[in-house]
Design a protein around this ligand. Structure first.
Ligand code: COA
Length: 367
């Protein structure tokens, strides 16, 4: 059993970029059957940044939104941790750029966390554990997960691209409590990496899938412990995963549930009821690395009754995984943060293949 929770997410802010493209447009551009991207990978749209708009803009606006809905003040922030793999500087943390935009300075511990897509979750755990340790002196933490995912043009990963940011204020468990108990597993592997000086990542797709599935099984085995797996899953309203693309999540769920003894029919039901619905927003955004899991959580918590239990599975290549539970708080039902998500989705412009090609030529990421 998990321990009684005291701290969690007090406020949430999400920001999505102003452009997007349907994956069918990309399929046409690359001469690929669109069913490969839609049915084969489970993707629908990829979020894209226009020229002059970057990860700092995404992170800053997500933080502004989280702060604007919080009943605390800027002076109440004592920790700023940003998880990202879209570095804009090899030394200066992304948080310094965000803090400069927000006018945030003072007695604050501020740093960046890098562990591929796992960085945002590590930042969140550190913020929670900082609160639980008692050294926060009553201050709150501002945690941001923000990334722009771009592969080299024509790379097989291109239909999984995306961008987005999620900011979370860690303090009172108004939106959700975060379990103190947590279950991690890691192995040194070379499944996805971006060498210094290169603009785009390199991926060993089959190895990445294998690591993701293995990490999920190890984490869920620890989470379930001596309990009956079916009964443990029944206690959860939803299971949110890091979402590189939905098919990868489905494969990991099937692998894990089967390894834990669920039948084919039970696994299919578990996926349809508790996993597939958590990825609906991710399907319209694409992989936003550190933010992908937290985007799924933001979407899934919206409208939940107080007390609903969610499991969250983090994955970061290299590789590190972690699983922990959340309990919906009184602020989940009203889901104030979703108005921004709806506005961003409504206001963003869908581009075609020709504009995408121009954008990619003009917008080569910094090394
Ligand atoms: N209609 C329907 N489905 C089709 C299809 C078609 N015409 N053509 C292919 N597919 C299916 C394939 O069967 C496969 O599904 P399956 O795995 O269930 O069998 C899926 O589409 C992908 O096809 P595949 O040939 O494996 O794609 P690929 O070799 O081009 O690889 C990725 C594409 C995205 C899977 C690969 O680049 C990858 O794994 N990248 C990223 C990995 C990652 O993100 N790691 C984690 C970082 S956090």
């Amino acid at each position: 059993m998990t321990k009684t929770q005291t701290f969690g997410i007090a406020s949430l802010g999400v920001h999505l970029p102003p452009l997007a493209m349907k994956v069918e447009e990309l399929a046409e551009l690359r001469g690929v059957d669109p069913n490969k991207f839609t049915r084969g990978l489970g993707c629908r749209e990829i979020a894209l940044c226009p020229e002059g708009f970057d990860v700092v803009d995404l992170a800053t606006e997500a933080a502004r939104r989280a702060l604007s809905r919080w009943d605390g003040k800027l002076e109440d922030i004592g920790l700023l941790a940003v998880g990202t793999e879209t570095a804009v500087d090899m030394s200066r943390p992304l948080g310094a750029f965000v803090a400069s935009n927000l006018g945030l300075s003072g007695n604050i511990r501020s740093y960046e966390v890098k562990h591929a897509c796992y960085g945002g979750s590590v930042a969140l755990r550190q913020a929670l554990e900082w609160k639980l340790s008692g050294v926060s002196k009553g201050k709150a933490a501002l945690v941001i997960a923000a990334d722009v995912s771009l592969y080299a043009p024509k790379d097989p990963g291109e239909p999984t691209q995306g961008a987005g940011a999620v900011a979370m204020i860690v303090d009172a468990p108004t939106i959700c409590a975060i379990d103190a108990d947590t279950f991690a597993y890691s192995e040194p592997q070379l499944d996805f990496w971006r060498p210094v000086g290169e603009a785009y990542p390199r991926v060993d797709g089959p190895l990445s899938l294998d690591c993701y599935m293995r990490g999920a099984e190890h984490c869920f085995r620890q989470f379930i412990g001596e309990r009956d797996a079916k009964a443990a899953f029944a206690e959860l309203s939803d299971i949110c995963f890091h979402v590189p693309f939905p098919k990868m999540v489905k494969k990991a769920l099937v692998h894990t549930a089967t390894a834990l003894g669920l039948s084919e029919a039970e696994t299919a039901t578990l996926y349809e009821q508790k996993v597939e619905p958590t990825m609906r927003l991710n399907q319209r955004v694409g992989n936003c690395y550190t933010a992908a899991l937290w985007l799924s959580v933001a979407h899934t918590l919206a409208g939940k009754d107080e007390g609903a239990r969610l499991a969250t599975f983090s994955y970061g290549s290299g590789f590190g995984t972690e699983l922990f539970g959340l309990t919906a708080g009184p602020g989940a039902k009203a889901a104030a943060w979703m108005t921004d998500v709806e506005t961003d989705l409504k206001d963003r412009r869908l581009i075609d293949g020709a504009e995408y090609e121009r954008l990619r030529e003009a917008n080569v990421p910094a090394h």
